[in-house]
Design a protein around this ligand. Structure first.
Ligand SMILES: NC(=O)c1ccc[n+]([C@@H]2O[C@H](COP(=O)([O-])OP(=O)(O)OC[C@H]3O[C@@H](n4cnc5c(N)ncnc54)[C@H](O)[C@@H]3O)[C@@H](O)[C@H]2O)c1
Length: 339
């Protein structure tokens, strides 16, 4: 049997612990060797829970270990591009949570280091691995809907994040819509050339005071002339609202919300069911496992990571274009975004 792939996780917060649990217990052929977090208690708690030998506050202790093949970067966004560069120079394969960075120059530097080192980089756009969205993608790719004409993505959170988070999030387009930008490219198989974004503050004036929006619609123009819309809200009273649709010359493929059960109660006045799975940790649990399996497989068996560096960069360009569009109230071509 081949030796297990030896992995270190950097950043043991919400998403880091989730990935660490998958790596430690749910993916064959992997050994989680080390966990790092600047907060010692976070690294130690995660390592103790999963029986991992090494917990450290310095991610460089992981990078300098010759017996570790790959790192999974789950620390705060402002550390990603630097750590990608450091990990590449240390010869480690890299899985990095989205976004790589908000600065295109820093993204390009990091991607150049990955290229030079010849290591693999996968970016954490997990929704591509959701079974329903993947099925829509596969149907579009196989020609079942014909030529795509219209794409529709609805993506609404159950409630806004804390204001402290909003202030450092990069804004709704780079924090939230970024997943939908990736989904638009993934589902259609097309690049977006121009977009127009309209946004408002309809949920919480504090979000506006922090310089952000809580409600937005983005119209996309694809390279083949097809049109897409993304609508976002930071507050959906019925829970996480995640639906997609691709309509084309030969038909339509759509995926609806996911529910905790299939029970429907019918009465003499209404037909009802329980609310959708409440947020991303429940709704996208399977996708997180599948994306990590795909990363492990591409490192072990060879082949390109399914979500590469360019896939990490383009949605950042789209997020910047959307911000400019909303600020200036005009359509923006992606080619206008240089930095
Ligand atoms: N793909 C997804 O669905 C998804 C979901 C949530 C978060 N994310 C991304 O994952 C990243 C982390 O988000 P989170 O929600 O887990 O945040 P979090 O704040 O819960 O966790 C981040 C952790 O990183 C640690 N950290 C910060 N600097 C570090 C360093 N230099 N070395 C080691 N650890 C360090 C922090 O102490 C914290 O424990 C963000 O970039 C976020 O955008 C992606």
């Amino acid at each position: 049997m081949a030796a297990p792939l030896r992995v270190g996780v950097i950043g043991a917060g919400r998403i880091g612990v989730l990935h660490a649990r998958n790596l430690a217990g749910r993916i064959p052929g992997v050994r989680l060797e080390a966990v790092s977090d600047v907060v010692a208690a976070s690294a130690e708690k995660c390592a103790a829970e999963l029986g991992v030998a090494t917990a450290t506050t310095d991610h460089r202790r992981i990078l300098e270990r010759k017996d570790i093949d790959a790192v999974v970067i789950c620390s705060s966004t402002d550390t990603h591009s630097r750590m990608i560069g450091e990990a590449a120079e240390a010869g480690k394969h890299i899985f990095c949570e989205k976004p790589i960075d908000f600065d295109l120059g820093r993204i390009d530097d990091a991607l150049a280091k990955v290229e030079r080192a010849g290591v693999k980089l996968q970016v954490g756009f997990n929704r591509r691995f959701d079974p329903s969205f993947r099925r829509v993608h596969d149907l579009v790719r196989s020609g079942s809907v014909g030529t795509p004409h219209l794409l529709r993505i609805t993506s609404r959170d159950p409630s806004p994040p804390p204001i402290a988070y909003v202030k450092v999030s990069g804004g709704i387009f780079l924090d939230m819509t970024i997943h939908d930008f990736d989904m638009a490219r993934y589902l259609s198989g097309l690049e977006v050339v121009e977009l127009y974004a309209a946004g408002g503050v309809l949920i919480d004036p504090e979000i506006g005071k922090a310089g952000d929006l809580d409600t937005a619609v983005v119209t996309l123009r694809f390279e083949n002339g097809a049109i897409g819309t993304i609508d976002n809200s930071r507050k959906s009273v019925f829970g996480y609202d995640q639906r997609v649709e691709v309509f084309g010359s030969g038909g339509m493929a759509e995926a609806g919300n996911a529910f905790p059960n299939t029970v429907i109660v019918s009465g003499d006045r209404s037909v009802a069911r329980d609310l959708p799975l409440n947020f991303f940790l429940e709704r996208y649990m399977e996708s997180y496992l599948r994306e990590m399996e795909a990363f492990v497989a591409c490192v072990r068996d060879g082949g390109e990571p399914p979500v590469g560096g360019r896939d990490g960069r383009v949605p950042v360009v789209m997020g910047k274009a959307a911000r400019l569009s909303a600020e200036q109230n005009r359509p923006v071509k992606l080619s206008e975004i240089k930095a």
